[in-house]
Design a protein. Structure first.
Length: 342
């Protein structure tokens, strides 16, 4: 057998073994996502919504909102115990001591930021208003500058936080020219997956949000699917690729789950957005044998006497094609391989 065939076979085996390792769902999620198994595209989005929207809302709105201060100490604490602020890097703030209150400049206090502005969904409405998956402790002064503007990319001519960490100004991303707030590169993927969660979890509410608040329209679509406007989708998909799921996000997702008993699937399954909206939306989702797009590749070698390749519709081919392929070995063993051209 050719050396290339041996190498590719070893890589394929590693991917299949990786799927076996997470047989009960990643990050200890068990069978949490089982109801979404076998779905794709819009159907997958709706199924995931049904999974993640069923949760404990945490009692009254006032009590739940007040409890956020305590929850942040679990969900958003750095290793040194300081506040993990994703809007400013001016200084390390201390939980409790620097909490809320008045501010005159960046670095004074942190507050409770609805990264998906609460005005878009009608203000103090449960469960969105206290949903920790989109609530973060952020610098009060920078948060005020962000206001209710959508996320975007900008040169920051209107405002830049200390060290140019966050920016406000005219959008430079194609498709929108209004004012936007741009978070730092290291957290763009975090916010992209936050928005993927919001338009998935609350998908049946999106048409009302779009109709009732013009501020939401640059970000949202008029329908539950896709849920996001085209320019916003294009940008967030790019952000998600450029800033992949981090250990911070995984730990936070686990902490939020312990508090409100629901998860963000776009953190548990890196690249899941591509199965919902992107180039893999024709492929079905497997909760216990998930193939991350980062583990999908093309095997660019001609079949020898040991293996034969077939497309999913039964056509015999010389090499793997984009999509699902059936590979039959000389010993009669058959396996499915998902591949895509880079």
């Amino acid at each position: 057998m050719k050396h290339g065939s041996i190498l590719i076979g070893m890589v394929a085996l590693l991917v299949l073994n990786a799927g076996t390792i997470c047989a009960q769902g990643p990050n200890g999620s068990g069978t949490y996502y089982q109801a979404a198994d076998g779905k794709n595209g819009a159907e997958l989005k709706t199924s995931l919504s049904e999974v993640v929207y069923n949760r404990n809302e945490g009692g009254s709105l006032d009590a739940a909102y007040k409890a956020l201060w305590t929850h942040f100490q679990t969900t958003d604490s750095r290793d040194d115990g300081s506040v993990w602020d994703m809007y400013s890097n001016l200084r390390a703030m201390t939980f409790g001591t620097d909490q809320a209150g008045n501010y005159k400049q960046e670095g004074d206090v942190y507050n409770r930021e609805h990264s998906f502005p609460n005005s878009w969904f009608g203000g103090k409405v449960m469960p969105m208003y206290t949903d920790l998956h989109h609530l973060y402790p952020t610098d009060g002064y920078v948060n005020n500058k962000r206001a209710n503007y959508p996320f975007g990319e900008t040169n920051g001519e209107a405002y830049k936080s200390a060290n140019g960490f966050s920016k406000l100004g005219k959008c430079t991303f194609p498709g929108y020219s209004g004012t936007v707030f741009e978070p730092n590169d290291e957290y763009k993927g975090d916010f992209a997956r936050t928005y993927f969660y919001m338009v998935t979890c609350y998908e049946e509410k999106i048409p009302d949000w779009y109709d009732n608040n013009a501020e939401s329209r640059p970000t949202l679509s008029a329908t539950a699917y896709p849920g996001l406007s085209q320019w916003q989708m294009d940008m967030l998909m790019k952000w998600a690729v450029n800033d992949p799921v981090s250990d911070k996000e995984i730990k936070r997702n686990q902490a939020v789950y312990k508090i409100q008993q629901n998860r963000n699937p776009f953190i548990d399954y890196p690249g899941l957005e591509r199965y919902v909206w992107g180039d893999l939306k024709e492929q079905t989702f497997s909760y216990d044998n998930y193939l991350s797009p980062n583990s999908i590749w093309v095997m660019e070698y001609v079949a020898d006497q040991q293996e034969t390749f077939y497309t999913i519709d039964g056509r015999k081919v010389k090499r793997l094609q984009k999509g699902v392929n059936i590979v039959k070995s000389g010993k009669g063993k058959v396996r499915k391989v998902l591949s895509t051209k880079r």
